[in-house]
Design a protein around this ligand. Structure first.
Ligand SMILES: NC(=O)c1ccc[n+]([C@@H]2O[C@H](COP(=O)([O-])OP(=O)(O)OC[C@H]3O[C@@H](n4cnc5c(N)ncnc54)[C@H](OP(=O)(O)O)[C@@H]3O)[C@@H](O)[C@H]2O)c1
Length: 350
C-alpha cells in the first residue's frame, strides 16, 4: 500500500489549487500529470512557477477537452464555483473527483444535483468526494471526533473566528461586505449567508453521524460598526460602517437547538467596534455542552522559525487531498466522510 502512487490533475490554480500543486510536486505518493487554468496569463507556464516552487515539468493549459481526455486517477477540482455538469463529465471520463467546492454531504438542498453526481459515478465506475476545512472538517469530522469521548450531548457549538485583515486575502474585505452601511448590509444577501446551505451540509453530516434528524436550519445575522476609520492596504473601512459580522446558523432536532454554527468575522479590535465584540484570534472551536462538557480548539501556531501565516488554505486543500488515496481505492459512488471512515493520510512523513 505504501508504494502505491496516484496520477492527479490540478483543476485551477487559485489559493487552494496552488497548495495542491505544491503538495503533489513534493509528496511522492502523487504524480502531477496535468494542470488546468482559467487565467490566460498562466497558460503555458510551468505549474511550479504558478505555485511559487521549482519546475514540475507540467505546463498549464486552458484546454478543458484535453484535460478531460487525459489519463489520471483523480482530479483535484478547485474552481471558484463548482459546475456540476463539468464534474459529471470528469467522472464519466473515468477519473475520481475530489473537491473543496461543495457537495460535502447529501443534504436536502443538494438532492437533484446529488443524483446527477451519483449517476455519473456509476457510469464512470469511480468516486466523488468533497472536503476542506469548513465545510468539510471543522463542523463535521471534528465534532464527531470529539463526540467519541462524551456520554451525552445537549448542544454542539462550532465557532469559526477570522481576523480578516490579518489572516485572509485583502480582496475578502469588499467580498464579505465590510465597509457597507449597517442597515444595507443586514438587508442584502451576504457572501457567508449565501453559504448557509453549504455549512448546513456539515450539520446534516453531524446529525447523521449522531443518528438524529434535523427539523430545520435557521439563520441570524448581526453586525458591528467601526468607531473610527480602519485603514488597510486596499483602502479604508469608514467610521460608522460594518467592521465585524456574526452569522449564527442553528439546526433544531426534536424542536430544540442541537447544532449551532457561528461565523465571527472581524476587521479590528473590540475598542474600535460598536458593540465592542471580542472574537479573539483566528481559530475554530468546538464546544459540546453535555456530560462531560468538552471543548476543542484548532488554531495555527508558529513554526520552529517563529513564523506563522494563517494556514486556512493549506487546511482547506489538505483536508481534501489527504482523502485522495482512500477515494481512489473506494467503490464507486459519492463518498462522504461517513462512508470513508478514518482516513489514513499517505506520504505526510517524508
Ligand atoms: N470547504 C472549505 O473549507 C473551503 C475553504 C475555502 C475555499 N473553498 C472553495 O474552494 C474553491 C477554491 O477556492 P480558492 O480560494 O482557491 O478560489 P479562488 O482563488 O478565488 O479561485 C480559483 C480559481 O478559479 C479560476 N477562476 C477565476 N475566475 C474564473 C472564472 N470567471 N471562470 C472560471 N474560472 C475562474 C481561477 O483559476 P486560475 O487562476 O488557475 O486561472 C482561480 O484562481 C472555491 O470553490 C471555494 O469556495 C472551500
Amino acid at each position: 500500500m505504501s508504494e502505491k502512487t496516484y496520477r492527479v490533475i490540478q483543476w485551477m490554480t487559485g489559493d487552494v489549487g496552488q497548495v495542491g500543486v505544491r503538495h503533489f510536486a513534493d509528496n511522492p505518493v502523487y504524480d502531477l500529470v496535468g494542470v488546468l487554468v482559467h487565467n490566460k496569463d498562466k497558460v503555458g507556464k510551468d505549474a511550479g512557477e504558478i505555485a511559487g516552487i521549482g519546475p514540475t515539468g507540467v505546463l498549464a493549459t486552458d484546454d478543458v477537452d484535453s484535460i478531460v481526455a487525459m489519463d489520471a486517477d483523480c482530479v483535484f477540482y478547485t474552481p471558484i464555483i463548482m459546475d456540476v455538469d463539468t464534474v459529471c463529465r470528469l467522472l464519466r471520463s473515468g477519473k475520481n473527483v475530489v473537491t473543496t467546492s461543495g457537495f460535502f454531504h447529501p443534504s436536502p438542498d443538494f438532492a437533484t444535483d446529488g443524483d446527477k453526481i451519483r449517476a455519473a459515478c456509476a457510469d464512470g465506475g469511480i468516486s466523488f468526494h468533497a472536503g476542506g476545512i469548513h465545510p468539510g472538517y471543522a463542523g463535521d469530522i471534528l465534532p464527531l471526533t470529539l463526540a467519541r469521548v462524551v456520554s451525552r450531548i445537549d448542544k454542539i457549538k462550532v465557532l469559526e473566528v477570522v481576523n480578516v485583515l490579518a489572516d485572509a486575502p485583502l480582496d475578502h474585505i469588499d467580498w464579505l461586505g465590510f465597509g457597507k452601511e449597517k442597515d444595507r448590509f443586514l438587508s442584502e444577501p451576504t457572501i457567508l449567508g449565501l453559504g448557509t446551505v453549504f455549512f448546513a451540509q456539515s450539520m446534516y453530516m453531524l446529525a447523521d453521524g449522531l443518528g438524529v434528524t434535523i427539523d430545520n436550519v435557521t439563520s441570524e445575522l448581526e453586525a458591528a460598526v467601526a468607531t473610527e476609520d480602519i485603514a488597510h492596504e486596499l483602502g479604508v473601512i469608514p467610521k460608522g460602517t460594518v467592521a465585524a459580522q456574526r452569522h449564527r446558523w442553528t439546526a433544531a432536532v426534536d424542536g430544540n437547538p442541537l447544532i449551532v454554527f457561528e461565523a465571527l468575522y472581524t476587521t479590528t479590535t473590540p475598542d474600535h467596534l460598536d458593540p465592542p465584540w471580542d472574537f479573539g484570534k483566528t481559530l475554530y472551536r468546538i464546544e459540546i455542552e453535555g456530560d462531560p462538557s468538552t471543548a476543542l480548539t484548532l488554531e495555527g501556531v508558529e513554526g520552529p522559525d517563529g513564523k506563522m501565516t494563517h494556514p486556512g488554505y493549506d487546511w482547506t486543500a489538505m483536508g481534501a487531498i489527504n482523502a485522495i488515496p482512500n477515494v481512489c481505492d473506494a467503490g464507486p459512488g459519492w463518498v462522504n466522510h461517513l462512508d470513508l471512515g478514518l482516513i489514513q493520510p499517505r506520504g505526510l512523513v517524508r
